[in-house]
Design a protein around this ligand. Sequence first.
Ligand SMILES: Cc1cc2nc3c(=O)[nH]c(=O)nc-3n(C[C@H](O)[C@H](O)[C@H](O)COP(=O)(O)O)c2cc1C
Length: 153
Amino acid sequence: MVNLLIVYHSQGGNTQKMAEAVAAGAKEISGVQVRVLPAMETGPEDLTACDGLLIGSPEYFGYMAGALKDLFDRTYESLRGQPRIFRKPYAVFISAGNDGSGCLLHIERICSGFQFKKVQPPVIAKGPITEAVLEQCRELGQTLAAGCEAGIF
Ligand SMILES: Cc1cc2nc3c(=O)[nH]c(=O)nc-3n(C[C@H](O)[C@H](O)[C@H](O)COP(=O)(O)O)c2cc1C
């Protein structure tokens, strides 16, 4: 069984809606176990245990949510260089008012530090979460799940 972890933070609920859609898409792929965890409840063991990672954040002040940064801060020293972290497939989804670029830049920079492997372009929602955004999120979840299950990442 392949394990996919969806880790996110959401204050107002928008990123949470996206996380739920990502999870729904991933669950359509058989042979994949999907866990959805708030960043504040995620620890190094969760990042180690999964085979693929989907990272969700709102953009706050041109950056990722503090709770997601806190997860990276808490886990980096103990995880860097570990074989179970090296080139772990990941993708990002972001909810922003009108931008999202700063949030993405900094998440990707930190993921490079962890030596995760970006395997799909991000989904960035600007403004309200529409059905089109949710569909993109479902597709992202499906793609990550199918790719991890097939071992192509
Ligand atoms: C404190 C705060 C700072 C924000 N900063 C930005 C920003 O820099 N760029 C942007 O596009 N939207 C910004 N927004 C809008 C949020 O990114 C947007 O409302 C998002 O959907 C919130 O996600 P959430 O409902 O999961 O918390 C900000 C919102 C808040 C509350």
